[in-house]
Design a binder for this molecule. Sequence first.
Ligand SMILES: NC(=O)c1ccc[n+]([C@@H]2O[C@H](COP(=O)([O-])OP(=O)(O)OC[C@H]3O[C@@H](n4cnc5c(N)ncnc54)[C@H](OP(=O)(O)O)[C@@H]3O)[C@@H](O)[C@H]2O)c1
Length: 269
Amino acid sequence: MATDPILKRVTGRTKVMFILGDPVAHIIGTAILNEDFFRHGVDATVSPLHVAPADLGTVLGAIRAMRNVAGFGVTIPHKIEVIRHLDGTTPRATGIGAVNFVRRNPDGTLLGDNVDGIGFVAGLSRNEVEVAGRRVLQIGAGGAGRAIAFALAEAGASHIAFANRTAGKARALAEAVTAAYPGCGTSLSAPDTAGFDLVVNTTSVGMQEGDALPADLSRLGASAVVADVIMAPETTPLLAEAARRGCHIIRGKEMLLDQPRLVREFLSL
Ligand SMILES: NC(=O)c1ccc[n+]([C@@H]2O[C@H](COP(=O)([O-])OP(=O)(O)OC[C@H]3O[C@@H](n4cnc5c(N)ncnc54)[C@H](OP(=O)(O)O)[C@@H]3O)[C@@H](O)[C@H]2O)c1
């Protein structure tokens, strides 16, 4: 009988990782990471762990005692709540207010980071889209939006204008980004793309058939880049319309492609 090469290589020397969520049936990040580790000759393996919110502290306490655990990912609903069980977070995760990967240090201490936003910027970079010096319109200020805004500022965006249905969330994000990156100007905006170099949709608007466009593209220049975080459909109506106008478009899946490398780096695998 054929054996999966990924399972065949797991031994007592293998580093172990988990992805904690509730529910877990939708998780594919484990398979993506296992495949990446295999391709890069990294002796590590990842499993989903179904952990209810009430059990998160108990599970993290146990992970502290598990000496062959390199770290773990967290997904819905643990990304914010996990922080109070950790020993610390990177400045980036502290600003974002959410964590998606945790490193277990050799002494059992746990450090949280968030690579969602830097994954997005890495996707831009792979597509030869430069962020430094760009004027950005970001639509949305939820979890993905917070991570992306901090990463855009870190990558040197000159200005980020935020448009969000709930204006208070956009205002809070703009203030947090300016406090962390004084060199990056921020403002609140209508979802009007005129005059921007880069337009980023971080909302879920465009996932459902019949959704309106999250931004008005009628005055968008053809030299602008338009990116969307939505993964299904692969080409959202926003991206289709931007492509029709001659703009360079970046699809949601681009945000995921560099994350295994970023996780390997963070966990020193
Ligand atoms: N490509 C990737 O790797 C990746 C990673 C993470 C997330 N995502 C995608 O990113 C999207 C957002 O996820 P999230 O975790 O950030 O969710 P979230 O924290 O719930 O934020 C949702 C955002 O969308 C806005 N929104 C939702 N429905 C809206 C509507 N009907 N009209 C206008 N604005 C609306 C919200 O505005 P309010 O603030 O007004 O509620 C908020 O800004 C999802 O499509 C998710 O699948 C993709």
